[in-house]
Design a protein around this ligand. Structure first.
Ligand SMILES: [Zn+2]
Length: 243
């Protein structure tokens, strides 16, 4: 039996993977992929406003956000959730933290990776995450880094959709039909009790992207129907035998 296919999501904060690629995670999990999600922080300072307004302490906020992320990961069929607990606003990784992430990338040997948009002036943690993702992907490919370990191939890095899309210079080139797993994504979003205001917003985003899926799969000339989709921007070119 061959080893299962794998995928790796690099999420700056605990909830990002849910809104931005929850459908991709659930869909690939159903296809038999082992999807690992690495959250660099719980989004405890920057993305937990409601909990702070309720007077929670830092430890309480982190515990609640961890529990929400675990519930969401369960709903999506995540194989492994790795919480780095590095703090947010700002998110920072030192050399050892990056080494830990490189170790994870090499362990997982993902068929593809997912992370944030390259640019996000509203949330610099997000674009920092993508910079770190590229840096650690590069290190994981280096034969001179911890010689003897299995070196990483060339997994695609897909950038998932940011918040306030039009301000981010994010241009999707891939649309994924997530209709079959929509209920799982919605359940994962509803595990995020601190961000109730986003549930319907990201439902509408998925419906909008479904229109792009339909149009680009043929539109009125045989396009495939789709109710919910996610968009991604790929960083690296594809190598093909036919167009
Ligand atoms: Zn975030």
């Amino acid at each position: 039996m061959s080893a299962p296919k794998t995928a790796l999501v690099l999420s700056a904060h605990a909830a990002d993977f849910v809104w931005r690629c929850g459908g991709a995670i659930a869909l690939h999990a159903e296809m038999g992929y082992e999807v690992t999600v690495a959250c660099m922080s719980f989004g405890e300072r920057g993305e937990s406003a409601r909990l702070w307004k309720e007077g929670k302490t830092l430890d309480e906020v982190k515990a609640i956000r961890r529990a929400e992320a675990e519930a969401a990961a369960e709903a999506l069929g995540v194989h492994r959730l790795e919480c780095f607990d590095l703090g947010d606003y700002p998110l920072e990784l030192d050399r050892d933290d990056k080494g830990r992430l490189v170790d994870l990338i090499r362990q997982v040997q993902p068929a593809f990776m997912l992370s944030h948009s390259k640019y996000d002036p509203y949330n610099t943690d997000h674009m920092y995450m993508t910079q770190v993702a590229l840096e650690c992907r590069m290190i994981a490919q280096a034969w001179g880094h911890n010689p003897g370990e299995t070196v990483l191939g060339a997994p695609q890095l897909y950038l998932f959709e940011p918040h306030q899309t039009e301000q981010m210079g994010w241009k999707p080139d891939t649309f994924l039909d997530i209709t079959p797993v929509w209920e799982k994504k919605r359940a994962a979003m509803e595990a995020m009790n601190g961000q109730v205001h986003l549930w319907d917003y990201y439902t509408r985003v998925a419906q909008q992207r479904a229109n792009h899926f339909k149009r680009n799969s043929g539109g009125m000339s045989g396009g495939r129907d789709c109710k919910y989709a996610e968009g991604f921007e790929s960083v690296f070119p594809r190598t093909v035998d036919a167009l």
